[in-house]
Ligand binder design. Structure first.
Ligand SMILES: Nc1ncnc2c1ncn2[C@@H]1O[C@H](COP(=O)(O)OP(=O)(O)OP(=O)(O)O)[C@@H](O)[C@H]1O
Length: 242
């Protein structure tokens, strides 16, 4: 069963001079439950636009996006918003933590909109998620007291706290040094797998992409499998341009 299915997706924007700028063109992508997919591409290739479409933060201008086999273009705004919170967890390059809240409060924040038991147990669940990312002892620290790698681990715990079926990670190691980034990425992949969540990582870093079971390359809005040595080499040379 396919969880996410993009068929011939395009996304274009209208510029002030009324011309249309294509950002994504004819994108086909399937993501199965629990699998890890990575998408590499240079700056401006459309990576964030694609991730925003997958996460129901944006809508395509052409093609079909099926979630659990259901076309997403027929969803009401209310159902889109609910599905976004239930199905997806997001990890961003800049962590996006609430500065005046503790790590535990940041992780519990998505559960403030939950109901019943999930809401009532939110503090305990948040601490369990912080244990999962190795930060149980730092639960009461505010973000500025944590290193960049630790802040991203808090963001990972927050992304997983509602048990999403898919984690969408946009340059999750982009603000970290190489070694910390590698550790955080390995932890993200393990934590997503332990929670049974699919993971879609977009990155310009081939080492980050290499952890995924299936890898794709986005080039000028077109998606293709990243399989050959030549393609890997070409993507590596993009790093300087990002
Ligand atoms: N609303 C918009 N209006 C005009 N241009 C846009 C809009 N959204 C995106 N773009 C352009 O589309 C291209 C793709 O943007 P996107 O943010 O998806 O790229 P990216 O691959 O994530 O880049 P980066 O790695 O630098 O974040 C860019 O050239 C961007 O300037």
């Amino acid at each position: 069963m396919t969880l996410l299915e993009l068929r011939g997706i395009s996304r274009e924007v209208r510029l002030p001079d009324e011309s249309l700028l294509p950002i994504l063109t004819g994108v086909d992508l399937d993501v199965a439950p629990g699998e890890h997919v990575s998408i590499v591409g240079r700056s401006g290739s459309g990576k964030s636009t694609l991730l925003n479409l997958l996460g129901l933060l944006d809508t395509p201008t052409g093609g079909t996006y099926l979630l659990d086999g259901e076309p997403t273009d027929r969803l009401s705004a209310r159902r889109r918003s609910r599905l976004r919170g239930e199905v997806f967890g997001f990890v961003f390059q800049q962590f996006n933590l609430l500065p005046r809240r503790t790590a535990a409060e940041n992780v519990a924040a998505p559960l403030l909109y939950a109901r019943g038991r999930d809401y009532l147990r939110r503090r305990r669940t948040a601490r369990e998620m912080l244990e999962l990312v190795g930060l149980g002892a730092r639960a009461d620290q505010v973000p500025e007291r944590l290193s960049g790698g630790e802040q991203q681990r808090v963001a990972i715990a927050r992304a997983l706290v509602r048990r999403p079926r898919v984690v969408l990670a946009d340059e999750p190691t982009g603000a970290l040094d190489v070694d910390t980034g590698a550790q955080v990425m390995a932890l993200l992949a393990r934590a997503a797998a332990e929670n049974g969540a699919a993971l879609v990582t977009i990155t310009h870093d081939l080492n980050v992409a290499a952890l995924a079971g299936r890898r794709f390359r986005l080039d000028h809005g077109r998606l293709s499998p990243l399989v050959e040595e030549g393609a890997l080499g070409a993507a590596t040379s993009d790093r300087g341009a990002s």
